[in-house]
Design a protein around this ligand. Structure first.
Ligand SMILES: *Cc1c(COP(=O)(O)O)cnc(C)c1O
Length: 387
């Protein structure tokens, strides 16, 4: 689809068509998997379409990167071997020893580990702050040293909401950039670049891939100078996906819109059921009016997503039993796939923060609500909760 066409088209049209024109030689409607590491040159330096070596660029990856930029309304998209690889590449692009980053106080565990155990050893400092508290984020900024304000919204597993527009404003006042990890919302529900963020990051392993069959990451950038520097580091560091992974991720992206609508429909049905259940003490979902981030979420998201957390009476023991008894919900980590998953954050995804300020309640259960038949999901939770 031409650039001009792509800019005017709706979300699903961009997700399906942007980044690729049917192959001029064969008419192939879908980008072929270019399983090649190198490219024949027409005379020294005579590259066809700019392709030289597949760490630098590969046509299957180029198609995915174009589509990612189009759905996030950015200037350029970049695909990586994993979400964490994209984060590391961005940090090495933007930061130098002595710099500082503000991160969410409930950041994704792997993101927290990257800052705390890896980047810190290379001289990059960080301070955790709650993304839902603009004043706390402002107070955590170190003038002159803070290069990035890094947020997730909604966060994991308590689904806290950060006000992207307000956070972009205060990052820019301090001479920093705002990076939004948009993994939980997906580009279908929230486009941070249109709200003032400078970079969007994804674990495409989750909703973008959507079928729990591929690990990947992405960055989408608004500013062309920054995009040039990211492109340089993507090639220089080399944490790129292979063409098979790029193909699967791109295939997933095309159905993101229809999948997300069903994720949201099913999450709403599950929330309705849980809200009325006597053994459930709290339901955490940004779509509920009593959620502290509801108003901000309603402003910056088109719907409230497929992640639901809830607490049960009977403490940790009951929470573990519910997880064990679920049958349609699969007991497992990760999220964002077509199949529903259930997990106990205290013992699973968030076990490493036990005993710290980030500890999550022991009676908390997290659901990644999939796109199965809603009545089956509700019936499964009903039997799992017992009586
Ligand atoms: C999974 C995840 C990541 C890390 O991505 P990987 O693809 O596992 O490397 C980062 N942020 C969030 C919010 C995630 O859920």
């Amino acid at each position: 689809m031409s650039q001009e066409h792509a800019e005017k088209a709706g979300f699903e049209t961009r997700a399906i068509h942007a980044g690729y024109e049917p192959d001029p030689t064969t008419g192939a409607v879908i980008p072929p998997i270019y399983a090649t590491s190198t490219y024949k040159q027409d005379g020294v330096g005579g590259l066809r379409g700019g392709y030289e070596y597949s760490r630098s660029a590969n046509p299957t990856r180029t198609a995915l990167e174009g589509a990612l930029a189009a759905v996030e309304e950015g200037e350029r998209g970049f695909a990586f071997a994993s979400g964490l690889a994209s984060e590391d590449t961005l940090l090495r692009t933007v930061c130098r020893p002595g710099d500082h980053v503000v991160i969410p106080d409930d950041a994704y565990g792997g993101t927290h580990r990257l800052f705390d155990k890896v980047e810190q050893a290379w001289g990059l400092a960080h301070s955790p702050a709650p993304v839902s508290d603009v004043d706390a984020v402002r107070a955590a900024i170190r003038p002159g040293e803070t290069k990035i304000v890094w947020v997730e919204t909604p966060t994991n597993p308590l689904l806290n909401i950060g006000d992207i527009e307000a956070l972009a404003g205060l990052a820019h006042e301090a001479g920093a950039i705002l990076v939004v990890d948009n993994t939980f919302a997906s580009p279908y529900l929230q486009q941070p670049l249109t709200l003032g963020a400078d970079v969007v990051m994804h674990s495409t392993t989750k909703y973008v891939g959507g079928h729990s069959d591929v690990v990947g990451g992405a960055l989408v950038v608004r500013d062309l100078d920054l995009a040039e520097r990211v492109a340089y580091h993507q090639n220089a560091l080399g944490a790129v996906p292979g063409p098979f992974d790029a193909f699967l991720t791109h295939r997933g992206l095309k159905t993101l819109g229809v999948r997300m609508d069903r994720h949201c429909d099913n999450a709403e049905a599950v929330v309705d059921f849980l809200t009325g259940h006597p053994a459930v003490t709290q339901v955490i979902y940004p779509g509920l009016a009593e959620h502290p981030g509801h108003e901000v979420a309603a402003r910056q998201m088109t719907r409230f997503g497929g992640m639901v957390s809830f607490r049960v009476s009977g403490g940790e023991q009951h929470a573990l039993e519910v997880c064990d008894r679920a049958r349609v919900f699969t007991l497992g980590e990760s999220l964002g796939g077509v199949e529903s998953l259930i997990e106990h954050p205290g013992r699973m995804t968030h076990a490493s923060v036990a005993g710290t300020d980030l500890e999550v309640p022991a009676d908390l259960i997290r659901l990644s609500v999939g796109i199965e038949t809603a009545t089956d999901l509700v019936a499964d939770l009903e039997q799992a909760l017992g009586d």
